[in-house]
Design a protein. Structure first.
Length: 179
């Protein structure tokens, strides 16, 4: 998209968001007047992974003779729920038993961020992470666990402020009990 087309698209989007703010009764005085531009920037960030290939983030796997379980915890997750376009955030724990291939830990975190940068459901994100790792590494076993706070739950009438959602995708033999 050239810069002129981008400018026109941004202007149309800002006007549309301003109309929505008017519909919900948000005053557009002071700093709220700048909200349409900020919302567009936030949504661009929320969609940061849409055009990126998460498998490319993993790079070329390295050969390894180890089948020892590898577990990486505390990987940051910041994504956007496709239902209300509100954020969910937390951490991922990824555990796998290599079947001859490994990748750098930072590359796994980058792959998670690319997938998280797409509007979606937490359940789908969990499965998508497992799909990419399985397609690149072909591990003996794999477990992906996401523990996230869903802001849509916090903003619901029930106001479940302290709840978290845990999703788990396990593939292969049970980790810790290789046949």
């Amino acid at each position: 998209m050239d810069s002129t087309t981008q400018l026109v698209s941004d202007t149309v989007a800002e006007q549309s968001i301003a109309e929505v703010l008017d519909l919900v009764g948000a005053s557009r005085t002071g700093n709220v007047d700048k909200s349409p531009r900020r919302i567009i920037e936030a949504w661009r960030f929320a969609c940061r992974g849409v055009d990126l290939d998460p498998a490319e983030a993993l790079g070329q796997p390295a050969a390894s003779s180890s089948t020892a379980e590898v577990s990486i915890s505390g990987i940051p997750v910041l994504s956007t729920c496709e239902h209300q376009f509100l954020p969910f955030f937390g951490t991922a724990t990824i555990t796998y038993a290599p079947a001859g291939l490994i990748v750098g830990f930072g590359r796994i975190a980058k792959m998670v961020d690319i997938l998280a940068g797409r509007p979606q459901l937490q359940e789908r994100l969990t499965s998508s992470i497992a799909d990419v790792l399985e397609s690149v590494l072909h591990p003996i076993a794999l477990r992906v666990e996401l523990t996230c706070t869903q802001t849509c739950m916090m903003m619901s009438p029930a106001m479940t402020l302290d709840s978290t959602v845990r999703t788990v995708e396990s593939r292969g033999w049970s980790l810790g009990s290789q046949p």
